[in-house]
Design a protein around this ligand. Structure first.
Ligand SMILES: Cc1ncc(COP(=O)(O)O)c(C=O)c1O
Length: 463
């Protein structure tokens, strides 16, 4: 794989990285004195860095992605074979893996029928926003174009997606934003007491009703879509409270608002069902997905819609503007669906949804047990292998732990050879949740190792 001067010289790689690579989410000043980390190899749940140090990866590649684990030869072979047969053709034509994966995917998503291919979660969400706007123009004279998004949710990195971004720190310094996006309140029950007037006995319904209040204030004839994460990821691993989703669905129906579920993190197994929304019996109009679709073996994202949404773009073939006039160059890469087909086969053949549920329950129990010992854990929560532990200074006031001390826990785990995550630079004063998303192949031994690292780190950082 290496070439010329880089042959067998990992330090040359580190030097090239330091000199030329601009890492995502990174302040580079420290790299003037410390080597940047290079991840060299991965197998199963584990990765090795440039020093040969082994790490147990409890975050599936850092950002909830490598759902089936590293080093899957069958996916590599499927991608290789497909690349040799046909690497690419623009999405105006079909491809063999694109057609096959669309059918397999739709089998897992009753009620939905059309798959639009693209190459990142942000881009998939942009497509959904564009569809909502185009529908508004086609049907409602452009008026019903607003998209509602929720405080603490994240939908991507582009200016359009940041305009629908519920994390003020993530957005800071990147404005001005696109008009037409309107925020609704979060639904984190643990912090409901800080929301004025919250009905703590019936919080799920109350939180959903806050969405209706926003719709009424904006005017229902101006609101075309509601975009929500099924379980909020980077905003703090928020599992919506009981009663929330039923009411959300009712509200969308009542005001003729398209429900767009952002499954970029939860999609393809992360919470123990194929999709996060499937825990709640809701019927979305649009679903976006990315990270776990091919577990990072190739870049692929999808926007999946109902036939009803699809039909709105073909109902008048005589109008030259009446189709979804969107382009995604890399939506035509065939490596994505080729990898996704094999990724899905692995999840089915190895019963990884079952493992995800069983290991997720086990890990949540272990986190709860840790919270008996460490008062700094205010709440452990999550679904499947998508878990968080919110750290607080005081259990009664629930004052959030400082981000720097939360990061110290992450760093301590890293030193122990266990990679965990934490919400970071997202919500002012509330970047206090440790994040765990091991691959769906995790065993009890892996989870015990993660828990033991966190236990040690909490003891060292907080005493
Ligand atoms: C819920 C959610 N939606 C969308 C995105 C954006 O995906 P991408 O980074 O592939 O553009 C992310 C990324 O973390 C995400 O967590």
């Amino acid at each position: 794989m290496m070439d010329g001067k880089f042959d067998n010289d990992i330090q040359a790689v580190v030097d090239a990285d330091r000199a030329h690579v601009w890492h995502h989410l990174s302040q580079h000043k420290p790299y003037e004195t410390v080597d940047p980390r290079i991840i060299v190899e991965g197998k199963g749940m584990r990765v090795w860095d440039q020093k040969g140090k082994e790490h147990l990866d409890a975050v599936s590649g850092g950002v909830w992605t490598v759902n089936v684990g590293y080093g899957r030869e069958s996916i590599a072979n499927a991608v290789r074979d497909q690349l040799l047969k046909l690497c690419y053709f623009a999405g105006s034509a079909g491809s063999i893996p694109g057609a096959i994966f669309s059918e397999k995917l739709i089998e897992k998503m009753p009620g939905l029928s059309r798959v639009y291919y693209t190459n990142s979660g942000s881009e998939a969400n942009e497509k959904a926003f564009k569809m909502i706007r185009q529908i508004a123009h086609k049907r409602y004279g452009g008026k019903k174009h607003k998209v509602l998004y929720r405080e603490r949710d994240y939908h991507g990195t582009t200016i359009g997606c940041l305009s629908a971004g519920g994390q003020d720190e993530r957005n800071a310094q990147y404005g001005p934003f696109t008009p037409g996006f309107v925020r609704v309140p979060h639904c984190l029950e643990y912090r409901a007491f800080q929301q004025p007037g919250a009905d703590l006995d019936n919080y799920g319904e109350w939180a959903a009703n806050q969405i209706e209040q926003v719709i009424l204030a904006e005017g229902p004839d101006t609101v075309g879509g509601l975009c929500l994460e099924p379980v909020t990821a980077g905003g703090g691993v928020i599992v919506p409270p009981k009663g929330y989703w039923d009411r959300v669905q009712e509200i969308c129906k009542k005001y003729d608002i398209l429900l767009h579920i952002d499954e970029v993190v939860c999609g393809v197994g992360r919470t123990g069902t194929w999709f996060g929304y499937q825990h709640y019996g809701i019927k979305p109009d649009m679903v976006t997905m990315a990270k776990g679709v091919a577990s990072g073996y190739a870049a692929i994202a999808c926007l999946v819609t109902t036939e009803e949404v699809f039909n709105m773009f073909k109902d008048d073939a005589s109008d030259p503007m009446n189709y979804f006039r969107d382009i995604s160059t890399f939506g035509g890469c065939t490596a994505g669906p080729a990898a996704a087909i094999e990724n899905m086969r692995i999840i089915e053949d190895e019963n990884l949804l079952g493992n995800c549920t069983a290991m997720g329950d086990y890990m949540l129990d272990q986190l709860n047990a840790l919270s008996d010992k460490h008062k700094v854990i205010g709440q452990a929560r999550g679904k499947g292998l998508f878990l968080g532990a919110e750290l607080v200074k005081d259990r009664d006031t629930r004052e959030a732990m400082d981000e720097s001390r939360v990061q110290a826990v992450v760093k301590d785990c890293m030193e122990q050879g266990v990679i965990i995550g934490a919400t970071n630079r997202s919500l002012p004063g509330l970047n206090n949740t440790l994040c765990f998303s091991p691959a769906l192949i995790a065993t009890k031994d892996d989870i015990n190792q993660i828990i033991s690292a966190v236990d040690g780190a909490l003891t060292r950082v907080f005493g």
